[in-house]
Design a protein around this ligand. Structure first.
Ligand SMILES: Cc1cc2nc3c(=O)[nH]c(=O)nc-3n(C[C@H](O)[C@H](O)[C@H](O)COP(=O)(O)O)c2cc1C
Length: 220
């Protein structure tokens, strides 16, 4: 029984893969809201250590978890595509929005900066743990999608990370996009389908893990 469960979980983890579906014409719209809500519900069981800063709990979403998911259905994806095309966006994002059955904008919640810092956020241990927890929630969502046979893709987001896109979706500016998660239909006729570029380049566990040999100071 325990072996069956391990086999199923391991199988889904190994099966998960990046699938990018790129279309030049908009795909028909299907309603996948119920299944997206299922995925989000499962994803929320990620571990988290630090509670999100109070400033992030005062808007429409009030959970202490250090991530937020903003859900865009197929109609929304098509509308976002048109808005990006109207701005002359020539990236792959509009082509994926033409095909997607849903998009999840996954953000993480940085602590308010206490001092001067370079870049997007203050490089603190707390922020590192917020990102890590949000990443675990994202992976949960991808695995839940994979288990249901839904092709999926974790993208950096391109224009979907920008202030305009945040404004269109009502995402608070204090949040940082961790990923634009594309969910695609299984029927991809007429579209280009491509894998993740690093899929088969990760090496084996012995390339990125090793048992530790301890070299301790003398006890006494
Ligand atoms: C944080 C993050 C951001 C990513 N952003 C992009 C992206 O912008 N473009 C892209 O082609 N792949 C992106 N990927 C997907 C990786 O290319 C992909 O995971 C990798 O090639 C390994 O393939 P696999 O997901 O099939 O195992 C991203 C993955 C992660 C974890």
């Amino acid at each position: 029984m325990a072996e069956d469960r391990a086999g199923i979980v391991d199988g889904v983890i190994r099966e998960r893969r990046t699938v990018k579906v790129l279309a030049d014409e908009a795909f028909p719209v299907t309603d996948v809201r119920p299944v997206v809500e299922e995925l989000v519900d499962v994803a929320g069981w990620a571990p988290f250590h630090r509670v999100a800063a109070r400033t992030h709990l005062e808007g429409a979403l009030t959970s202490i978890v250090p991530w937020r998911f903003y859900l865009v259905d197929a109609d929304g994806c098509r509308a976002l595509r048109l808005a990006l095309l109207a701005r002359g966006d020539k990236s792959k994002i509009p082509r994926m929005l033409a095909a997607a059955s849903a998009l999840v904008q996954a953000t993480w919640l940085p602590n308010p900066a206490k001092g001067e810092h370079m870049g997007l956020f203050e490089a603190t241990e707390e922020n590192m743990e917020h990102v890590a927890a949000a990443g675990a929630a994202v992976q949960n969502l991808l695995l839940a999608a994979q288990a249901r046979g839904i092709p999926n893709y974790w993208a950096s987001g391109g224009a979907l990370r920008g202030a305009d896109a945040f404004g269109w979706m009502g995402i608070p500016t204090g949040e940082i996009l961790l990923g634009s998660l594309f969910l695609f239909p299984t029927e991809t006729d007429g579209a280009e389908v491509s894998p993740g570029s690093h899929r088969n380049n990760r090496g084996t566990p012995s390339d990125w893990s090793r048992w530790v040999r301890l070299d301790l100071p003398d006890a006494g």
